[in-house]
Design a protein around this ligand. Structure first.
Ligand code: HEC
Ligand code: HEC
Ligand code: HEC
Ligand code: HEC
Ligand code: HEC
Length: 219
């Protein structure tokens, strides 16, 4: 990570918490959805112009960008054809903030028994295993550090992985980002998701009010 990005990461929480929030409400952003009646910035935007000129926030990759990963692993093969459950590999999704990526050992639960002859990608996997190294997967999703997001709460409420990550098992080899990850995206679902009515019944409106409270996502 460049020093510049680090500086932003450090600077933003303070700025976002003190003062700036009030200022933002009055700025008016050209790319914000016009018809929501919400006063704060809903669309993706950078606090400072990004040095590369690209519209990315804090190391996030572009929507639908396909990153080159260290091994040509395929979600379509594993989660689609072979129907391996998402949580077999992303086993932290139900119990922690991060879903996590699988360890080399998780891959080897199966691949110890699969012949690598003439298959360079599987030779690479075996190499990491023999050197006892974790595979340096490139991160696809990355929210700015001043946003609090937890997988556990969403997964346990019954929000499907695919609602936020797309039909990974049908259309993706390596994972791609399909959601904008901006504030408007979070808030829109918080306003409308049916699980809140199911899980909270008479308290649903109260819960929805909590779910749009600034403090819920900006601690
Ligand atoms: C449901 C979660 C959620 C809630 C509730 C929420 N935010 Fe955000 N907010 C986000 C996310 C996600 C981002 C990052 C968006 C991006 O990178 O473009 C963000 C970004 C921001 C930023 C912009 C920082 C920048 O880079 O320009 C400000 C300011 C902000 N929020 C203020 C608020 C205020 C004020 C409230 C309450 C009225 C609020 N937020 C409620 C999720 C939330
Ligand atoms: C409500 C939306 C939502 C749901 C549901 C969801 N994710 Fe995520 N996922 C995100 C966001 C937002 C990030 C980025 C988090 C960050 O950068 O802190 C992310 C990041 C990830 C990552 C990157 C590593 C990490 O944990 O940061 C993996 C892997 C992942 N999700 C897998 C899954 C799987 C598998 C499921 C279902 C069991 C799932 N997600 C459900 C929104 C969601
Ligand atoms: C539950 C079992 C299982 C797990 C876990 C698993 N795989 Fe696989 N993988 C398979 C099977 C079965 C095949 C198809 C083998 C065949 O065609 O003979 C395969 C095929 C592959 C291939 C394609 C090989 C080729 O060139 O045709 C790659 C690459 C691969 N896996 C990498 C991984 C990685 C990396 C992980 C860990 C993130 C992993 N696999 C986890 C069962 C698994
Ligand atoms: C056999 C193991 C395995 C299974 C099953 C699996 N994944 Fe993954 N997943 C990986 C690996 C390895 C990566 C890192 C490489 C990549 O980004 O494609 C990854 C990356 C991801 C990412 C991006 C993480 C980031 O860096 O932001 C998401 C999102 C994701 N998976 C969602 C899912 C969903 C949804 C399912 C079920 C439909 C699923 N995965 C099933 C192994 C698996
Ligand atoms: C697809 C729908 C959906 C999206 C998109 C979504 N959420 Fe949520 N979120 C929910 C639901 C449903 C709950 C309520 C879970 C519960 O109360 O059991 C929730 C609850 C939360 C909570 C409350 C957790 C707690 O401990 O009280 C936080 C924080 C949160 N979301 C952050 C985010 C952020 C940040 C984003 C955007 C990056 C986001 N969510 C995007 C559906 C979504």
């Amino acid at each position: 990570m460049s020093t510049f990005k680090r500086t932003i990461l450090l600077a933003v929480p303070a700025v976002a918490t003190f003062g700036a929030m009030a200022a933002w409400t009055n700025l008016g952003h050209a790319d914000a959805p016009a018809d929501t009646g919400e006063a704060f910035p809903l669309a993706t935007h950078d606090l400072l112009p990004h040095p590369s000129g690209r519209h990315v926030a804090f190391g996030r990759v572009d929507e639908n960008e396909v990153l080159e990963q260290p091994i040509a692993y395929s979600h379509m093969l594993h989660a689609g054809t072979l129907q391996i459950d998402c949580e077999y590999c992303h086993s932290n999704a139900r119990r922690s903030i991060h879903a996590g990526v699988p360890s080399t050992e998780t891959c080897m639960n199966c691949h110890k028994m699969i012949d690598t002859t003439g298959r360079p990608e599987l030779d690479k996997l075996k190499g990491y295993w023999e050197r006892q190294e974790e595979i340096p997967w490139m991160k696809v999703h990355d929210l700015p550090d001043f946003v609090y997001f937890s997988h556990k709460r969403h997964v346990r409420a019954g929000v499907a992985c695919q609602e936020c990550h797309g039909q990974v098992q049908d259309v993706m080899t390596v994972a791609q980002r399909v959601a904008p990850l901006n504030m408007g995206w979070c808030l829109e679902c918080h306003k409308t998701h049916p699980s809140v009515n199911e899980n909270y019944g008479a308290q649903a409106e109260l819960r929805r009010a909590e779910m749009k409270d600034c403090y819920t996502c900006h601690k």
